[in-house]
Design a protein around this ligand. Sequence first.
Ligand code: TRP
Length: 427
Amino acid sequence: MATQRILTGITPSGTPHLGNYAGAIRPAVDASQRPGVESFYFLSDYHALVKTDSPERVQRSTLEIAATWLAAGLQPEKAWFYRQSDIPEITELAWLLTCVTGKGLLNRAHAYKAAVDKNVGESEEPDAGVTMGLFMYPVLMAADILMFNAHKVPVGRDQVQHLEMARDIAASFNYRYGEHFTLPEAAVDESVATLPGLDGRKMSKSYDNIIPLFASADTLKKLVFAIVTDSKAPGVPKETEGSALFQLFQAFAAPAETEAMRRRFAEGIGWGEAKEALFDKLESSIAPMRTRYEELIAAPERIEQVLKSSAMVLRAQYATPFIARLREAVGLRSLNRIAAQAADSRGKPKAKPQFKQYREADGLFYFKLVGGSGQLLLQSRGFVSAREAGQAVASVKNGEGFAQWSDMAPDADEASVRQALDALRAD
Ligand code: TRP
């Protein structure tokens, strides 16, 4: 089976809560461990600018959300974990997509329409307070997805329309410029828990009913004891149906534990006792993650390093070559090539130097740099993964110290390599 690319964005504009964990983070981390899947999880910090104009909040939330995903078990070797703004090709793609997107399509976006309806209802100008960031949000989101030609995009119901728009936008581009984009599909998992908050409504920052994922044990206990229940006395049988307490328990307990709790409800467990049991369950699931989270938060440079190095490899392997193809497709082309084409027609083809990545019978991944006349300029050693080989290509392309890459290409001649890199850059 060919690899399925799964991609989803998390907007860093708040503090993660239990609902985010059970509804998005935990299933995504599980999915990233399945074979045959290439996962892309990223912090959509460009999108955060639409939601908040507090720089501190964007930065803080980026740190907290990145630390949360890593603490929850996301392994950067198994999934691409990056920050949108570290990949400037995404905003460049957003412009190429903007130019094929009908304004009428964006007029119909739910979030924009809601803002307009609210203004009209308050006898304001329809577009009062609406930024172009809000209006263009779906195009930027399409760029996130199309940049990596994702097949499946796990999202909540509220994002399904954005996925339909991404498909429309991709199709408009393909129609004009050729088949460059895969049409992505929304994956809305109905079986994933939507957790209730303290008041029984869906847990959401906008209802102010959340339980932060990494609250201290004391705060967690206070919040659990603040969950609303009915007023049935101990000994009176309780309904599990519609009980926020029971649903929260179920989201963290094994099936057998859930069944045992269901029986205790039928037997009339007291609410105090049930809350104690929920707190114990939550605390035992969360405590190990909380410890990792606190370690991560205390070392922001390590997180920065994880995000930066993923972005560097992603750019080298996907974004930079893909945007180059797209620029070519729309006609943003080097003028040098007009001269080169003329020279070609005079019978003297002049090829460009090229990086070639390949796998050998020994199972290792290699790359080489081949000059314009086919001469071998640089031969790498074998790498255990395509990703490491890609990382090495990226560092060579970035012109990082000769000393660093000469050890993986012992025969390289520095001057000819530099000349070839310059030729590549001049394009
Ligand atoms: N709009 C999404 C949200 O608010 C976040 C997001 C940004 C996203 N880009 C994306 C989700 C791309 C999926 C794919 O939840």
